[in-house]
Design a protein around this ligand. Structure first.
Ligand code: R5P
Length: 302
């Protein structure tokens, strides 16, 4: 077994390799002036090996998605016995179906691309919807950071009576149900009904269901512009929350989101290292939880 690390996420690459006690190599990547990429793996390291490729497809989304496909192709051509992608953040997960007639279906195309490149199996983390694993023809292991979030909630507030778990939109209902189970059940829950304008991307909170009280923990899969979280934090603080915390798996953090969230009334935001956050993008309220153990454990358990 060998791990091809993600040069953009060296800390996670090293930690997974250490947890698995396996060799870690990095691809040789050359970016041409027009932004085309040349990807090379050392064939001596790859031939006959079970090759794990770690690559989150974040920013720039399309370049990273192509890089993942090229890495898979390079591993196949170098004679890998099996190629397994560890893709903590898969691009276009929110575009998992056609929303309006005439639109493309981006996630279907991304999946076709990486499968056609020769991927044999894939490990993903907190896919946006439960149908995503079923969209693949190859084997999918779908991991979740929710256990890390439940642990963190317990650490912050051991008194379950004082916890409210919050879905910032209807899509988050399943997630708060799972967190509830991990926390032992019967936890107070609030669901916010968010409206997003498909054209402008603007987020509008329509209403909320449930009783807002105690320490509130918003659980989400992705933070991109930060607008969903911001709106939810405002609803909660305006309606009786003692403190508001956020736990979200993928810190996509589009430009401007950090200032928005750092200036908000949120107490603390926890995200995972599925996508690296540089020191310059970080801020005091931000905490990072590592998914390295989850990934290594799932590989060890086969
Ligand atoms: C939406 O369905 C997702 O679960 C997230 O809530 C959303 O992608 C967050 O996006 P943003 O930070 O841009 O509001």
């Amino acid at each position: 077994m060998i791990l091809v690390g993600d040069p953009q996420n060296k800390a996670l690459s090293e930690s997974i390799a250490q947890n698995l006690s396996c060799e870690l190599i990095y691809p040789n990547i050359f970016i041409f002036p027009d932004s085309e990429q040349r990807i090379k793996l050392d064939p001596d390291k790859i031939l006959g090996q079970k090759v794990y490729i770690l690559k989150s497809c974040n920013m720039p989304i399309d370049a990273d998605t192509m890089q993942l496909a090229f890495l898979i192709d390079a591993a196949v051509r170098a004679g890998a016995d099996k190629v397994i992608g560890i893709v903590p953040y898969l691009s276009y997960m929110r575009a998992d179906h056609v929303f309006r007639t005439g639109e493309a279906s981006p996630l279907e195309i991304v999946i076709k691309l990486i499968e056609a490149a020769g991927l044999n199996e894939i490990i993903i983390v907190d896919p946006h919807s439960i149908k995503i694993p079923e969209m693949f023809k190859i084997g999918v292991k779908s991991l979740s950071a929710l256990s890390l979030f439940a642990q963190k909630i317990n650490e912050i507030e051991p008194n379950k009576e004082n916890i409210t778990i919050v879905a910032p939109d209807m899509g988050g209902l399943r997630r708060i149900g799972q967190i509830d189970q991990l926390l032992g059940g019967s936890i107070n829950k609030v669901t916010i009904n968010k409206d997003r304008d498909y054209n402008s991307g603007a987020v509008k909170v329509a209403e909320y269901k449930g009783e807002i009280r105690g320490r509130c923990f918003i659980v989400d899969d992705i933070i991109s512009t930060g607008k969903t979280i911001l709106q939810a934090v405002e609803v909660l603080t305006d309606n009786g929350a003692e403190e508001v915390y956020v736990l979200a798996t993928h810190p996509v953090f589009s430009k401007g989101s950090n200032k928005l969230l750092s200036d908000s009334k949120v107490k603390k935001i926890y995200v995972t290292n599925s996508i690296p956050v540089s020191d310059s993008e970080s801020y005091e309220k931000l905490g990072i939880l590592s998914i390295s153990g989850l990934i290594a454990e799932s590989i060890t358990n086969g």
